[in-house]
Design a protein around this ligand. Structure first.
Ligand code: GAR
Length: 204
């Protein structure tokens, strides 16, 4: 399809600085994508505010709103269908994505993780907990990883990774800040790479 812009959804739970950096990169580079939907497990957060301010549909979808898990999954898939979403970027989404949603987007869903996977990934490793664990282990470096989301938590194919040093006197917060800066460069580059791979797959 000539000049087709990939319809992208972002999943967020908080500040949404990675969402903002993706949005900015799509406008500036330019990337052949448009963010058409923001899904969050929180009704009020920086990411949802940013979506609303920028004319992007903002959907609050949380397990707590539904009587059953199946209904929650159905609502998520319905929202993705409604907006014709073709690819997903998890940007600070602190919930496990339902298996059925992962299965609906094979090789089409990215996640950014604030460490050098496969180290410091898996259950309970999110946000500040990751940086606390890195410092406790005495590692000399950390970084960020963008990977494909697969059935196994934090284990999908790595698309891009960048290293940052751990500095003397670092606290989880100072390390988080340094890693986040790197994330804002890495995520747009990884999205660009995935869009390229998607295009190649279509041509074949
Ligand atoms: C980012 O550091 C991201 O890598 C991390 O949460 C932060 C969200 O910041 N994600 C995870 O830990 C997911 N396992 P943001 O809301 O400002 O983008």
């Amino acid at each position: 399809m000539p000049n087709h812009k990939t319809r992208l959804a972002v999943f967020c739970s908080g500040t949404g600085s990675n969402f903002k950096s993706l949005h900015e990169a799509i406008a500036k580079r330019p990337l052949d994508a448009e963010i058409v939907l923001c899904i969050s497990n929180r009704s009020q957060c920086g990411a949802m505010e940013f979506a609303r301010e920028n004319g992007i549909a903002a959907r609050h979808i949380s397990e707590k709103q539904f009587a059953t898990y199946a209904e929650f999954v159905e609502a998520m898939l319905a929202a993705l269908g409604e907006y014709g979403v073709e690819a997903i970027a998890l940007a600070g989404y602190m919930r496990k994505v339902p298996q059925a949603v992962v299965a609906a987007y094979p090789e089409r869903m990215l996640n950014i993780h604030p460490a050098l996977l496969p180290k410091f990934g898996g259950e309970g490793m999110y946000g500040i907990h990751v940086h606390t664990a890195v410092l406790a282990s005495g590692e000399a470096e950390s970084g960020a990883t963008v990977h494909i989301v697969s059935e196994e938590y934090d284990k999908g194919r790595i698309v891009l990774q960048e290293r940052v040093p751990v500095l003397p006197g670092d606290t989880p917060e100072t390390l988080a800040g340094r890693v986040l800066e790197c994330e804002h460069r890495l995520y747009p580059a990884a999205l660009e790479k995935l869009l390229g791979e998607m295009k190649t797959a279509e041509i074949r």
